[in-house]
Design a protein around this ligand. Structure first.
Ligand code: KIV
Length: 283
């Protein structure tokens, strides 16, 4: 019998050395399937700006949009632990702003935790949100909301100074109260070292197998996100091709008059031929 994942059950999984699964989801139908599959945690990531809205980065996503998508996922998840991303500029302005917006995501979406990007510089926000009783997932390494400052989506933590900075960020966000931390595009050996040094859960994306768990964007792992596939993405299915085939078949059958056929029509509840002939004469 599957059990609701909580901060305590997830931390216990780390203690026992069991790997933790995380996928993104942004809608009710996908989140239901993922919940039934036993995925431990779901991230309503601000990657929805790219995957659901077609922007080239995550920067335009608003709080209102996060709440619409987040609510749908929150309603679908019985056992999967729901984490909502705090969008760009919803927490950077001040600790008070961060606290208010984290509270909205929890209250309005029934999320279990919030995620925000940045290391030492966002520790005051992490501390305040955690102290208010909201679990926080940090996000360090490659932080997509800083794409303009980083000059693109690039691997972080390369070279000794950068590696030390990423490790220090991990220790800082843990000290501020984060129970989980996404390590994005961090060299695998550094990610494994960080994982061994912290009590919080590390979730890797492009950070090798040494993390406590893994996250992928669901459209990437299902082959639904176009031709560019980042090196760290494995396509577990080619749902994009299956959808294309189905859409083409539907288009062809409707245009050929083959769909809907008798098995897909409400024949039994139809009116009698006599009545329809009378109706045709009347009008
Ligand atoms: O927004 C997102 O989906 C993320 C993951 C890629 C970690 O932050």
């Amino acid at each position: 019998m599957p059990k609701k994942n909580t901060v305590a059950t997830l931390l216990a999984m780390k203690e026992r050395g069991e790997k933790i699964t995380q996928l993104t989801a942004y809608d009710y139908s996908t989140a239901r399937i993922l919940d039934a599959a036993g995925i431990n945690t779901v991230l309503v990531g601000d990657s929805l700006g790219m995957t659901m809205q077609g922007y080239e980065d995550t920067l335009p996503v608003t709080m209102e949009e996060m709440i619409v998508y987040g609510r749908s996922v929150g309603r679908a998840c019985q056992n999967t632990f729901v984490i909502l991303d705090m969008p760009f500029m919803s927490y950077q302005v001040s600790v008070a702003q961060a606290l208010e917006n984290a509270g909205r995501l929890i209250k309005e979406c029934r999320a279990n935790a919030v995620k925000l990007e940045g290391g030492s510089r966002v520790c005051p926000q992490i501390r305040a949100i955690t102290e208010s009783g909201i679990p926080v997932c940090a996000h360090i390494g490659m932080t997509p909301q800083s794409v303009n400052a980083m000059g693109g989506f690039k691997v972080q933590g390369k070279g000794e100074d950068n590696a030390r900075r990423v490790l220090e960020d991990a220790l800082a966000v843990q000290e501020a109260g984060a129970f989980m931390c996404v390590l994005e595009c961090v060299p695998p050996k550094l990610a494994a070292l960080i994982t061994s040094k912290v009590k919080m859960i590390t979730i890797g994306i492009g950070a090798g197998a040494g993390c406590d768990g893994q996250v992928l964007v669901y459209q990437d792992m299902l082959g639904m996100s176009g031709d560019f596939v980042p090196k760290f993405v494995k396509r577990f299915a080619d749902v994009g091709s299956i959808m294309s085939e189905a859409f083409n078949a539907y288009d062809a059958e409707v245009k050929a008059g083959q769909f809907p056929d008798a098995p897909h029509s409400y024949v039994k509840s139809d009116c009698s031929d006599e009545f329809l002939a009378k109706l045709a004469q009347e009008y």
